[in-house]
Design a protein around this ligand. Structure first.
Ligand code: ADP
Ligand code: MG
Length: 441
């Protein structure tokens, strides 16, 4: 049995049988073209290829890592396209093709990074590091929520410095730990030290996972000391500020703060739109502005969802031999939206709106007449009418109003605003789409 087959067998134990039979079982592992850090699987049709890529490639890479200590780049290609020259379509399925020489993803470049108000600072810091590696900001510590572009930005630095001939090591905490234990076991720690302490640039991704791993922290500490003493650049990312990482030794916390700390906040709507445009360009997917705007409003802040949505649209459109229209997009994403709708409660809506509009849930249900609370309450009532099955009397009771006429009065007021106030309409649409899509994609 090839390594690829045994990985798929491991996956079988972890996922449900229907999914396994429908998708995973259809894959074949391509031994001739795979390498330790590059695993190629062939799929019989674009739908399966796209689905596996979106849903399972990360998991497959992880299983490889557990088994072989190396996390490969997992690529899914179409069986019958393999022999032909790379066509536009297969590009989407294999966008990160040439990455197998290095663990850096070549698509993660500054040119492909969209800059907006919430990542501008981190972006400039990353560029400065490229100008004076080891000198300007050492370490550079980038933190922010999932899918906000930390890895992309860090690897942009790596890719740029690599083209300037610098040796760059990029590692997740998981890889670092695996490498460390393997070398320890094989009594080859010298090689481990050579690798991590003799590079020009060391990048460790998601250092929050160091939490509680004392032996690894010790090793990171010594690696850090050696590299910094020699003015070698260190870049770290995390989902939170060093101070907030529980279970991290104080000496590491303080060292992580020695250079520059840059945070990335969730993107504004405009930036999301620009990111989607960029991904469309890169993946050669041609969709209208209207659809791009729609996708921007249904995704949460996590840009990682974008590629999943695009490849899904692309695969369905090909399968059904249809153009990607707004109607089609809504249909493709509808099932997920519908599932979501059925589960939404008024409490969910209040919680969501409170967070989005920066007020307290209890204020929304109070009798407060202050402007922002009234606004938030109206939005909640509107969304509750749109997304839940509650009757007007039920809503009246829930929001502490006299009776259902108060709700219908509010609804009339909202409908008027939707007609007259473009900003209000845009905000309501955005919240509505987001709320509908929140857990679904
Ligand atoms: P993180 O490491 O913060 O979880 P990633 O760097 O993995 O996020 O980004 C997730 C996906 O979103 C990647 O495909 C990345 O290219 C894309 N992305 C995120 N932010 C941006 C951005 N500002 N410009 C372009 N692509 C972005
Ligand atoms: Mg990341």
């Amino acid at each position: 049995m090839t390594i690829g087959d045994s990985i798929l067998k491991l996956l079988k134990e972890e996922i449900n049988e229907v999914e396994y039979n429908r998708y995973i079982k259809q894959l074949s592992f391509c031994t001739e073209d795979s390498k330790t850090d590059y695993a190629l699987f062939l799929a019989p049709n674009p739908l399966i290829a796209s689905w596996v890529k979106t849903k399972y490639s990360e998991k497959i890479a992880h299983l490889f890592e557990v088994k072989t200590s190396v996390k490969p780049q997992v690529v899914i290609e179409l069986k019958n396209r393999r022999k032909k020259s790379q066509s536009k379509e297969s590009n989407l399925v294999t966008p990160q093709h040439s990455a197998h020489q290095s663990l850096l993803n070549p698509a993660y470049t500054f040119d492909n990074y969209v800059v907006g108000g919430t990542n501008q600072f981190a972006f400039s810091a990353a560029q400065s590091v490229c100008e004076k590696p080891g000198e300007a900001y050492n370490p550079l510590f980038i933190y922010g929520g999932v899918g906000l572009g930390k890895t992309h930005l860090m690897q942009s630095v790596g890719n740029r410095l690599q083209t300037q001939g610098k040796s760059v090591i990029y590692s997740s905490v998981e890889q670092f730990v695996n490498d460390f234990t393997r070398h320890l076991r094989n009594q080859t720690m010298d090689r481990f030290k050579d690798k991590y302490r003799k590079c020009n640039v060391l990048m460790i991704d998601d250092v929050q996972f160091l939490s509680g791993k004392n032996q690894t922290q010790e090793e990171v500490f010594h690696t850090f000391e050696t590299l910094r003493a020699e003015n070698k650049q260190i870049i770290l990312t995390s989902d939170k500020h060093p101070k907030q990482i529980a279970g991290l030794e104080n000496r590491l916390k303080s060292r992580f703060e020695w250079g520059l700390i840059a945070d990335i906040q969730p993107p504004e709507l405009e930036t999301k739109i620009a990111i989607i445009k960029k991904k469309c360009e890169m993946n050669k997917v041609d969709i209208s502005k209207e659809i791009i705007d729609y996708i921007a409003t249904i995704i949460d802040n996590n840009a990682r969802e974008i590629e999943g949505i695009l490849s899904k649209l692309h695969a369905y459109a090909k399968l059904m031999n249809q153009e990607i229209t707004l109607e089609f997009t809504k249909n493709v994403l509808k099932e997920q939206l519908k599932d979501k709708k059925e589960n939404i409660t008024i409490e969910d809506i209040i919680k969501f709106v409170a967070k989005e509009l920066n007020v307290k849930p209890s204020e929304i249900r109070s009798k407060s007449r202050s402007k922002n609370i009234v606004y938030a309450r109206r939005v909640c009532i509107y969304l509750a009418r749109e997304l839940t099955q509650n009757s007007m009397p039920q809503l009246a009771q829930f929001f502490g109003m006299k009776d259902h006429t108060a709700i219908s009065h509010t609804m009339r007021k909202i409908n008027q605003l939707l007609k007259d106030d473009e900003d209000f309409k845009v905000k309501i649409d955005e919240l509505n789409n987001k709320m509908s899509a929140q857990k679904s994609i």
